[in-house]
Design a protein. Structure first.
Length: 337
């Protein structure tokens, strides 16, 4: 679940004997901590303030522990092992590392999906009303003040950053029908945790103890994705409004239609206009949910792929599957903003 992370140690008692010295900045000394695995290029970045002694550790704990290019995600057990190894490498007790403040954190999973990720990414049209930035058909970003979401083709990312052998291995996986979609949320600071009902998580120790909460956060946030599928018009079941919304969506696409539809909202007050626009948006989502084509890969398809992934995860660690499934299908009110 955890990928890139920033950990701050205020009272550092260890040393950098296992690190490689990089150099000096204006106020800090810089080091890198290599992985113990095969890919020696995978490192953590470590800096220490020469005035306060404060140490900051950053970059991908997942890649550092599993090696660059791994499709594995950290479980509660492997994250704890990674923290033990990190404490050993920094020559500090695990208890000291557990007091370290988590000031940034990426929470993500690699999901095996039925079809190529490049066919799914363009369909993901909205998330939490955040600014959407697509990059080709491989990646889409949603940028906010408290968090950032990135969804991308994991095999393409590994191939692009790997050598010729790695690129070949990723191509073979695709040819054999294996596809992986990476869905990753980045929380920028403690305020981000607080805004998502995770005030109780502020240190490394908190992450270890409350690791299951990361699954709860992740599944609820995924339930808020909007995935566009062409609307299958059904005159017998649809109301007039639903039918017109369906026509508009098919003709203009999601983003353009929502903008045009909300522009029709009127109110004498700012709050009234906000409520009207929110109602219009929900009407569009309702039509998409009820009448989006079941012949194409859509939100329900992604939910099913994620549910299968979580079922496999439940054999590795203790997670509350019924709760997570309710989160996925939008039947729980946890982690709202």
């Amino acid at each position: 679940m955890i990928d890139n992370v920033k950990i701050t140690l205020s009272n550092f008692s260890g040393n950098f004997d296992n690190c490689r010295y990089i150099g000096e900045g204006k106020y800090d000394s810089f080091y890198s901590l290599p992985t113990h695995g095969i890919s020696k290029s995978t490192k953590l970045f470590v800096k220490q303030s020469r005035t306060t002694g404060k140490v900051v550790i950053s970059r991908s704990i997942r890649k550092w522990y599993f090696n660059k290019g791994s499709l594995l995600d950290l479980t509660a057990k492997s994250f704890t092992k990674a923290m033990r190894l990190l404490a050993e490498d920094l020559n500090i007790p695990l208890s000291e590392l557990c007091r370290g403040k988590v000031t940034q954190c990426e929470i993500g999973q690699n999901i095996p999906v039925k079809i190529p990720a490049t066919e799914i990414v363009p369909k993901i049209v909205d998330y939490s009303h955040l600014e959407r930035k697509p990059v080709k058909d491989e990646t889409v970003y949603f940028n906010g003040k408290a968090k950032k979401l990135i969804i991308y083709d994991k095999l393409a990312e590994i191939g692009a950053k790997g050598n010729k052998s790695k690129r070949g291995a990723m191509s073979i996986l695709k040819e054999k029908g294996y596809h992986f979609l990476r869905i990753e949320f980045k929380l920028f600071n403690q305020k981000s945790f607080n805004q998502h009902e995770m005030k109780h998580i502020s240190t490394v120790g908190d992450l270890i103890i409350h690791f299951s909460n990361l699954y709860e956060f992740w599944t609820y946030q995924v339930s808020r994705l909007v995935i566009f599928s062409p609307i299958e018009k059904n005159m017998q079941k649809m109301t007039k409004t639903e039918y017109l919304i369906g026509l508009g969506l098919n003709h203009e696409g999601f983003e353009r239609f929502v903008e045009d539809y909300q522009s029709l909202c009127k109110s004498k007050t700012k709050d009234g206009l906000k409520a009207a626009r929110s109602k219009a948006y929900k009407e569009v989502l309702n039509v998409l949910e009820k009448y989006g084509s079941r012949k194409e890969y859509g939100k329900n398809s992604l939910r099913i792929d994620i549910a299968k992934h979580l079922l496999r995860k439940s054999k590795q660690e203790e997670i509350d599957l019924p709760f997570l499934f309710r989160n996925l299908w939008g039947a729980d009110v946890q982690y709202r903003e």
